[in-house]
Design a binder for this molecule. Structure first.
Ligand code: GLC
Length: 720
C-alpha cells in the first residue's frame, strides 16, 4: 500500500524535514559504528545521538545484519517511523570486484558492463544497500587526473552507452525489484576537466564543448532513468557545480526533465565557502538549496542554517518541502515504507558473495579489459614446460583493486605469480618497490630471471596513486621500475611487461625494453587468473583503449576528437615549422583511442558507400558504409570495427573525427566478413549556433580499427 507522502510531509516538523535532507556517516548516527570515511576527516564518528532517527540517509555502510540493526535503531527513534536510505559506492562490484570502470570501458562491451552491474547490485542489495553512487561517467581526457580510472573514458558516445548499460544493470526495470539498486550518476558536471589534471581543481569549458563532450553522458544517464544525480566538487566556469542553478535547475531539471534526487558530493555544500563563492555556512546552504540540492552529504550547512535562513526570509519553506518530498518519494519508490530492509539477507549474502558464477564473470571481464599494446610475437606463450620468472612489485602482490572497490578484499585476489604457477614453472622476485628499491633487490631479481626462459615483468602503480585525490604530475613508472625493466631486458631473454595502473602511463621506455606489453589496469578479484589465461592464449586479448595513451605528460590533455586548429600537420613527412606541433615531442599520442592488438591480424578492405548524397529533407535517406574485414593471422580474434564521421565545416569548428558506432567482429584465421554501418542524418547533428541540428555540407566517414586509422569516404548532406 503506497504511503501518502504529502500527508507525511505535512506531519513533519522543520527539524524532521531538515533531517531527511541530511546524509551522514553511520558513525555520526550511532557511535558504535566505524565509519568508512570517503572524504575529509572531521565528519566521521562524533556519534551525535540526536541525529539518530533524524537523518534521512547514511552512506558507506553495509552488511545485512548491521543495516537491519541500524534501520531498527533509527526507525524506533524516528517519530513518524520514516526509514533510512542506505547509499554506497558500488562502482565496479561489491564483494566480487570487476575491473575498474576504465578497464570495463576498454572492453567496448556494454552488455558485459550491464552484467557486471547486475551482479554488483545483487551482492550489495542483499547486504542492505538501496542506492549506489554509480555510474561515474565523467569524460576524462587527462591521465594526470587520478579519477580517470573510474571513468569509461574520453569519448562522449562510449561514456553515454556505458552510462545506460550500468543503469540498466543496477536498476533493471525498477529499483524496487529484488536485487536492484537505485543509481546515482556522477559527478555533475565536467569534474574530469580539472585544470592540470589536479583533482578538485577548477574547470573552464566552453558551452560548445560542454554540450558536445561533457554533458551527454550525464544526460544519457538521466534518459536511462537514474534516480539520483550527484553534484561535482569542481567550479565550472566560475560557479561551483554544487551551487549552480544553471546546471542543476535549468539544464538538469528544466531541459532534461530530471525529477529525481540531487545529492551533493561529500562536504561539497560546505566547500562552497572554500570556493570563495559562499561567505559562510548560511550562504552555502542558501546557494545549494536554491540550486536544487536535495541532500547535503556529510557536511552540516543545512542542519545548522536552514532554520535561520527561513526566519530571515532568505529561503522559502517551499524549497525545503520540495527537497524532502523527493527524498520521501525515493524511499517510497524503493518500497522502504513497507519493507525498510529491502533485500538485506545474511543467508543470501553467504550464498551470493564471491560465488563461482560471479567470479567467472569477473574473470571474463578482467580478461576482456586487458589491452595488448605491444607484441613482437612472443605472445601467446606457447609451451607449458618453460620456466617463467615473474618479477616486479606486482608479481607477488594482489594490488588489483582500485580505491573504490567497496567491500572487495585483496586477499581474495590471486597474485600474477600464483596464477602463472598454476600453468607453468615459476620463479619470482620483487625486484623493487613501487616507489623505491635497493640495488640488491634488483640484483636478486636479475639472478632469479637468469634461471628462467622468459620474464613476465609485473609493474605499475599502487592503487592509492589513482582514484580520488590521486593526481600525478609525472606519468612514468614510479620509483626504479623502469631501471628494473631496462636491466631485465639486457639479460637478453624475452620480457613481457604487464602494467597495473589506474591511468594511462607514459610507456615509451617500457615498450622499448619489452617484447610485449599488456595494460591490465586494476583488474579486480579475478585479475591475476585472467592475465595468466591471456598470456597463455586460453583467452584472446580483446581490449581497445577508451582513452588515449600519451607519448609524454606534456601532451596532456590528449584526446582523439580534438578540433583541427588552423595549422594542422598534414602528414608525417611534413617539416614546415609553422604547424601546431611540439619541438620536442610528437603530437600524436603513443597509442590512440580505439587501439589494441590481438593474437592475430586483420586487414580492412576498401570502403564502399551506398551513395554519396543524403537529403536532409527526406526522412531515413540514410547512407550505408561497408567494407570487408579479414583475419589474416593464424588465430581466432575479435576486431572492434569503429565508425568515425567528420563534419568538414559548420557553424563551429568541427572535430577531426567522432565515434558514431562500433561492432565487435569475431573471425577465424582466413575468414572475411563485411561490416556495415548506417549513417543517419541524426548522427550528423550537433549543438550548432542555431540549436541542435545537422548542417548541410560535406562529411567524411570511415570504418577503422582505431582513431588514428581509416580510409575516408566523402558524402554530402544536401541543403534543405
Ligand atoms: C567522494 C566521491 C564520490 C563518492 C562520495 C561518497 O568524495 O567524490 O564519488 O561517491 O564521496 O563516498
Amino acid at each position: 500500500m503506497k504511503t501518502d507522502i504529502k500527508t507525511l510531509l505535512a506531519q513533519m516538523s522543520l527539524t524532521e524535514k531538515i533531517g531527511q535532507i541530511t546524509q551522514v556517516y553511520p558513525g555520526s548516527v550511532n557511535e558504535g559504528i566505524e565509519s568508512n570515511l570517503t572524504g575529509p576527516a572531521g565528519y566521521g564518528d562524533e556519534g551525535d545521538i540526536e541525529l539518530a532517527g533524524l537523518v534521512g540517509s547514511v552512506l558507506g555502510m553495509s552488511g545485512a545484519k548491521e543495516v537491519r540493526e541500524l534501520q531498527d535503531y533509527c526507525m524506533k527513534k524516528n517519530r513518524l517511523g520514516i526509514p533510512l536510505l542506505f547509499m554506497n559506492d558500488v562502482i565496479h562490484g561489491y564483494r566480487t570486484i570487476f575491473p575498474s570502470v576504465l578497464g570495463l570501458g576498454c572492453t567496448w562491451d556494454t552488455e558485459l558492463a550491464k552484467k557486471c552491474a547486475e551482479v554488483a547490485a545483487k551482492e550489495s542489495a542483499v547486504s542492505g544497500n538501496h542506492v549506489t553512487f554509480s555510474p561515474m561517467v565523467d569524460l576524462a581526457r587527462d591521465a594526470r587526473w587520478g579519477r580517470i580510472i573510474e571513468s569509461p573514458g574520453e569519448d562522449p558516445l562510449l561514456n553515454s552507452l556505458f552510462a545506460g548499460a550500468f543503469i540498466e544493470g543496477y536498476q533493471g526495470d525498477d529499483p524496487l525489484d529484488k536485487y536492484r539498486l537505485a543509481c546515482c550518476v556522477k559527478h555533475f558536471a565536467a569534474y574530469g576537466a580539472a585544470e592540470g589534471g589536479r583533482d578538485y581543481n577548477t574547470t573552464e569549458i566552453s558551452e560548445y564543448s560542454l554540450l558536445e563532450n561533457y554533458l551527454p553522458p550525464y544526460r544519457a544517464a538521466v534518459e536511462a532513468g537514474c534516480r539520483l544525480v550527484m553534484t561535482a566538487f569542481n567550479c565550472l566556469n566560475g560557479v561551483p557545480a554544487t551551487g549552480s542553478t544553471w546546471l542543476n535547475r535549468e539544464v538538469l531539471r528544466d531541459d532534461w526533465g530530471f525529477d529525481g534526487v540531487l545529492i551533493s558530493d561529500c562536504t561539497a555544500v560546505s566547500e562552497l565557502i572554500n570556493h570563495g563563492y559562499a561567505e559562510d555556512g548560511a550562504d552555502a546552504a542558501c546557494f545549494a538549496m536554491h540550486a536544487g540540492v536535495d541532500i547535503e552529504m556529510v557536511s552540516a550547512c543545512y542542519r545548522e542554517h536552514i532554520p535561520a535562513l527561513l526566519e530571515e526570509g532568505r529561503l522559502d519553506i517551499g524549497l525545503v518541502d520540495e527537497a524532502v518530498l523527493r527524498v520521501l518519494e525515493l524511499k517510497e519508490a524503493l518500497g522502504l515504507f513497507e519493507n525498510p530492509y529491502k533485500d538485506a539477507s545474511e543467508e543470501e549474502e553467504s550464498d551470493l558473495h564471491l560465488c563461482k558464477e560471479h567470479r567467472e564473470l569477473a574473470r571474463k571481464a578482467a580478461a576482456d579489459s586487458l589491452v595488448l599494446l605491444k607484441n613482437d610475437g612472443i605472445l601467446p606463450l606457447q609451451k607449458s614446460e618453460i620456466t617463467v620468472a615473474v618479477i616486479g612489485p606486482h608479481a607477488n602482490t594482489r594490488m588489483h583493486l582500485d580505491i573504490w572497490s567497496g567491500c572487495g578484499k585483496e586477499d581474495e585476489c590471486t597474485s600474477l605469480a600464483d596464477a602463472m604457477a598454476d600453468r607453468v614453472k615459476v620463479v619470482t622476485s620483487h625486484g623493487c618497490g613501487i616507489t623505491d628499491g635497493e640495488d640488491e633487490q634488483i640484483d636478486e631479481a636479475l639472478n632469479t630471471a637468469s634461471q628462467a626462459d622468459i620474464v613476465v615483468l609485473a609493474v605499475g602503480e599502487h592503487p592509492s596513486m589513482s582514484g580520488e585525490a590521486g593526481s600525478r604530475a609525472f606519468l612514468g613508472l614510479p620509483g626504479r621500475q623502469q631501471e628494473l625493466a631496462d636491466r631485465m631486458y639486457k639479460l637478453g631473454k624475452p620480457v613481457i611487461s604487464v602494467v597495473f595502473s589506474g591511468r594511462p602511463l607514459t610507456l615509451v621506455d617500457l615498450e622499448a625494453s619489452s617484447n610485449a606489453v599488456i595494460e591490465a589496469w586494476l583488474p579486480g578479484t579475478e585479475g591475476g587468473a585472467a592475465i595468466a589465461e591471456v598470456l597463455f592464449g586460453i583467452r584472446q586479448p580483446k581490449g581497445r583503449l577508451s582513452v588515449s595513451f600519451p607519448y609524454t605528460v606534456g601532451q596532456l590533455p590528449v584526446y582523439y576528437n580534438s578540433l583541427p586548429t588552423g595549422r594542422p600537420i598534414p602528414d608525417e613527412s611534413d617539416t614546415e615549422r609553422y604547424r601546431s606541433r611540439y619541438c620536442d615531442s610528437p603530437v600524436d599520442p603513443l597509442h590512440p583511442f580505439g587501439y589494441g592488438l590481438t593474437y592475430t591480424s586483420f586487414t580492412y578492405g576498401q570502403p564502399r558507400l551506398s551513395k554519396d548524397m543524403m537529403d536532409k529533407d527526406v526522412t531515413g535517406d540514410d547512407i550505408e558504409i561497408k567494407l570487408s574485414i579479414k583475419n589474416t593471422g593464424g588465430r581466432d580474434g575479435t576486431e572492434i570495427a569503429q565508425l568515425y564521421i567528420r563534419d568538414m565545416g559548420g557553424s563551429f569548428s568541427r572535430p577531426v573525427r567522432e565515434l558514431k558506432g562500433f561492432e565487435a567482429v569475431c573471425l577465424s584465421p582466413g575468414e572475411s566478413r563485411d561490416v556495415s554501418f548506417t549513417i543517419t542524418e541524426e548522427m550528423l547533428r550537433y549543438h550548432t549556433r542555431s540549436g541542435y541540428m545537422s548542417e548541410p555540407g560535406t562529411f567524411m566517414a570511415c570504418i577503422a580499427p582505431d582513431a588514428a586509422s581509416g580510409h575516408w569516404m566523402s558524402f554530402t548532406l544536401l541543403q534543405d
